[in-house]
Write a protein that binds this ligand. Sequence first.
Ligand code: NAP
Length: 264
Amino acid sequence: MDLQLKNKTAFISGSTAGIGFATAKLLLKEGAIVIINGRTTAGVNKAINKIKQEIPDAKVTGLPADFSHPQDIQTLLLQLPKIDVLINNVGIYTSKSFFESTDEDWQQQFEVNVMSGVKLSRHCLPQMLENNWGRILFVSSECATLVPPDLIAYSMTKTAVLAISRGLAQLAKGTQVTVNSVLPGSTLSEGAEQFLSDVAQKENKTKKQVEEDFFTNVRTSSLLQRFAKVEEVANTIVYLASPLSSATNGAAIKIDGGSMGGII
Ligand SMILES: NC(=O)c1ccc[n+]([C@@H]2O[C@H](COP(=O)([O-])OP(=O)(O)OC[C@H]3O[C@@H](n4cnc5c(N)ncnc54)[C@H](OP(=O)(O)O)[C@@H]3O)[C@@H](O)[C@H]2O)c1
């Protein structure tokens, strides 16, 4: 299927690894022009080299910026070309008891997970409206409604982006600009892979056993009963980023393997 993404310019926040990196590769394979992002120039260059080994004709560049540093964002916005597809993907979490999490924990997660998307969208949406075409996607999480007890601050940020996404879609009413959010479930990014390895080593188990324990004891509501691959999440993101998704707007799309429950 031709996703009609050839020569569309996309920016993905936090895309040197994980879901963002998988999304970048898929967009590049579709012929899009992709700007990737991470905190450092070295990290961004490393990711670009990795992509070019796999996709030699990839039209990929990078813009480093740490979304917890407002000055970095200012500089990034000055360098950003006209964007057709904005993917607000960057997200960090602190797993802590509510009673132990500090104001700084809350503020940092809010700054990176919420304000990154606010600032990038405020910059890109007017250009998209002028061009009468664009896609903005917010990467939320199953935690937006599951709210695990050790991730209350993170979950708050993931619920917040749903409201922002819906609000921006309403601002684009009647145009060919759409704004949606996606809610991935537990996904095997490098971070999750490391978590599985660490627990496996600590508890003298295999990674497979740790994964099974997680779905038996923690994420019991999952129908998938395994971690999703980053590519499985990227597939949905790239479809929503494409012209083919034109009738989906202001929506929150689950990629949660059924963990959030409910029929719709
Ligand atoms: N993995 C899951 O199970 C899961 C589930 C639901 C939702 N999500 C959401 O999906 C999104 C992607 O998650 P992921 O697991 O794929 O992430 P990840 O593997 O942890 O990806 C980390 C990426 O974010 C970048 N990054 C981290 N802090 C940054 C900052 N302050 N400024 C700029 N870039 C930064 C890293 O770049 P450098 O290291 O190069 O700086 C790297 O490219 C997040 O919003 C996450 O909340 C993930």
